[in-house]
Design a protein around this ligand. Structure first.
Ligand SMILES: NC(=O)c1ccc[n+]([C@@H]2O[C@H](COP(=O)([O-])OP(=O)(O)OC[C@H]3O[C@@H](n4cnc5c(N)ncnc54)[C@H](OP(=O)(O)O)[C@@H]3O)[C@@H](O)[C@H]2O)c1
Length: 235
């Protein structure tokens, strides 16, 4: 789909990759950009319309679908990452919290906006996933599981939405320079580069984009012997 003249809703658009999506959508000529944020006052980018949206709040999701009934592109970007392994004493609580935001959130948004997208000819959903969909890191164990689940959600939604001509794009990448990776002393991509690749892929009609070299390598390694997922993702 073309970004030009699209009406875009981005979750978590006040900072990080979501903010980069909002800037890029305006630069590519979107008709309207709704900037979803838990605190709408934190949206400082001129030219967008702030919308109060906590993706874990079912009532706010429903209200957003009513208010933003002209959306043609939904970007499920909001996400959290909590440090810790599976054997940490608080692993269950951290897993629940991250699944609620990173998986149930995009699920609720996709359900609420599927009829809106259908009404406008199909449109598109862009889900922000990760290289962690395919390989686990001991420091971010449950986070990786949420991104694996969100990848599966993305693939399932694609099947179910094909009949209404909705393009479903999964975006995978390694570390990006945002608050989420502050303190990780590793090479990171810039949010603007990642978003440019994602929008190029969306406009090309693609269904998956691997936006950096590490993600490309990991994806290739899934079918290697031994599979790349038998290793850990270095941090
Ligand atoms: N940075 C990376 O290396 C990297 C790599 C691969 C994938 N990703 C994915 O990229 C996406 C964006 O991450 P980022 O790096 O931009 O992180 P970030 O800088 O920490 O920003 C996260 C955004 O999500 C919002 N958010 C969190 N929980 C929310 C909720 N319940 N409802 C609505 N908004 C919520 C935050 O809002 P508040 O300001 O209110 O907290 C913020 O706008 C996430 O899905 C992340 O998993 C990131």
């Amino acid at each position: 789909m073309n970004i030009q003249n699209a009406t875009v809703l981005i979750t978590g658009a006040n900072r990080g990759i979501g903010l980069a999506f909002a800037r890029a959508a305006l630069a590519r000529g979107a008709r309207k950009v709704y900037a979803g944020a838990r605190n709408p006052a934190s949206v400082e980018l001129p030219g967008v319309e702030p919308v109060r949206l906590d993706v874990t709040d079912a009532a706010q999701v429903a209200a957003t679908a009513t208010r933003c009934g002209d959306v043609t592109l939904l970007i499920n970007n909001a996400g959290i990452a909590r440090a810790g392994g599976w054997l940490a004493p608080n692993a269950v609580e951290l897993a629940r919290e991250q699944f609620e935001t990173n998986v149930v959130g995009p699920l609720r948004l996709s359900q609420a906006f599927a009829p809106v997208l259908a009404k406008h000819g199909g449109g598109a959903i862009l889900n922000v996933l990760s290289v962690a969909s395919w390989i686990s890191s001991p420091g971010l164990a449950a986070y990786g599981a949420t991104k694996s689940a969100a990848w599966s959600l993305t693939n399932g939604l694609r099947h179910e939405l094909r009949a209404q001509h909705t393009q479903v794009l999964g975006l995978h990448m390694g570390f990006v320079d945002t608050d989420l990776t502050r303190g990780f002393d590793l090479p990171k991509s810039s949010p603007d580069d990642i978003v440019a690749r994602a929008f190029d892929a969306l406009e090309a009609g693609d269904e998956e984009v691997r936006a950096d070299a590490i993600t490309e390598q990991v994806k290739l390694g899934l079918s290697a012997q031994p599979g790349v997922y038998l290793n850990v993702l270095a941090r």
